[in-house]
Design a protein around this ligand. Structure first.
Ligand code: UD1
Length: 378
């Protein structure tokens, strides 16, 4: 299926055209969870003289603690263009990425665009590509929580419908896509690309100083709108964490959204200690050494499963069911009783023992590069 044409940069092509066809791939990233997924793909493609890569940062996340430090630690190249979109409502942010991305795409004319995960930048870039008829690949396709109240679920469903090539992490993702009518020949199960970054940087994380951390502690994160945007939910979750903190110290790197809501709702968090959002390596180190992780993040459910650390997820569903069926993850919802009973089991050494799912082996980025190369040069 030779649907892809040669790269379009005349200078670049002239240099290689006698010997080789240059393919131009353009990656779009925007928010923290995109960066660790794009890095292994860019790395795997970077030593091919026949591939030219362009990196676009939408600017959805702009704080150095949520963006710049991740580029440094993951060894990502400087973005070729930063769209500097910033924060806003979902409609505003999505529309603004689209408005600013379209001229870049028209000017750069890549052979294919790669988008990652499920953030608003992913959806916005996918829509622009579809309207301009530019080939689109979605990395981390097929995940479904079946919960349309989550903005990420809408982003996943629409992006997958628009993508020409879908790279999935697991069998459940393949099944979801097939059920939604995506032709089998577009689906490539390559494994978990985020785990590539974890495996590469775990040795560095193991060198991190403990900085006075206790031997046993709970690592907590909370940032989903369903947990933090509702005053009663946030109050309930924080009350439980304050109680847990009396038994076992809770380390809580707080997302800007969570901090804003705590202030806005005037919630008393007692002796609970918040720290700033942490860089990738430092956070990995905290996960690796935690007794238990309590979270509502998607990526952390996967990272704890790989690390074999018990994870209690403050959501009623997950788009990553393999972390429950195979890994260390337990879904708690917003049920304080269940949280306490599961926590007790873990502290008594009776927590769930998981194993590492198939294809979480550090080579997903290479598999993606191989598929792309085969498709692009066919
Ligand atoms: C976004 C993603 C979510 C992901 C999360 C990781 C969507 C729909 N959501 O949620 O899937 O799990 O990133 O962090 O794309 N803010 C800052 N500094 C920044 C960026 C944001 O202070 O650099 C504040 C702003 O007040 C903003 C709020 O955080 O309004 C939320 O940011 P936004 O990007 O809209 O969504 P996240 O909650 O970060």
């Amino acid at each position: 299926m030779p649907i892809y044409k040669m790269g379009s940069d005349p200078a670049e092509q002239a240099r290689w055209s006698d010997t080789i066809a240059i393919v131009h791939l353009l990656h779009v990233v925007g928010a923290r969870p995109n960066f660790m997924k794009a890095a292994p793909v860019i790395r795997a493609l970077s030593n091919r003289p026949d591939v030219r890569q362009t990196l676009i940062h939408t600017g959805q996340h702009y704080d150095p603690a949520l963006s710049g430090i991740f580029f440094t630690q993951l060894n990502l190249p400087e973005p070729d263009v930063n769209l500097d979109v910033g924060s806003g409502s979902h409609a505003w942010q999505t529309a603004e990425v689209m408005r600013r991305f379209e001229p870049v795409l028209l000017e750069r004319k890549p052979d294919m665009v790669l988008v990652y995960g499920d953030v608003n930048s992913t959806l916005a870039a996918a829509l622009v590509c579809a309207k301009l008829r530019i080939h689109l690949a979605h990395v981390e396709a097929g995940l479904r929580s079946f919960d349309r109240t989550m903005p990420e679920e809408i982003n996943r469903v629409v992006t997958d419908q628009l993508a020409d090539v879908l790279f999935t992490p697991s069998e459940d993702a393949d099944n979801n896509l097939q059920r939604e009518g995506i032709p089998q020949e577009r689906i490539f199960r390559v494994g978990n690309v985020m785990i590539d970054s974890l495996i590469r940087l775990l040795p560095v994380a193991m060198q991190c100083a403990k900085n006075g951390l206790p031997e046993r502690y709970v690592l907590a994160t909370l940032h989903r709108p369903s947990n933090v945007d509702d005053s009663a939910s946030l109050r309930r979750m924080l009350t439980v964490l304050v109680e847990i903190n009396d038994v076992l110290p809770v380390v809580f790197p707080a997302h800007p959204r969570t901090r804003q809501r705590i202030e806005q709702f005037g919630i008393d968090t007692g002796k609970l200690q918040f720290v700033e959002p942490l860089p990738y390596v430092e956070f990995l180190s905290l996960q690796r050494n935690a007794t238990v992780v309590i979270t509502d993040s998607g990526g952390i459910q996967e990272e704890t499963t790989y690390l074999g650390i018990p994870c209690l997820t403050l959501r009623g569903n997950t788009e990553r069911p393999v972390t429950v069926s195979t890994g260390t993850n337990v879904l708690i919802g917003q049920d304080p009783k269940l949280l306490n009973s599961e926590l007790t089991r873990i502290l008594e050494g009776k927590g769930k023992k998981g194993s590492i799912p198939p294809l979480w082996d550090g080579h997903a980025g290479e598999r993606i590069a191989k598929v792309l190369f085969a498709a692009l040069t066919d």
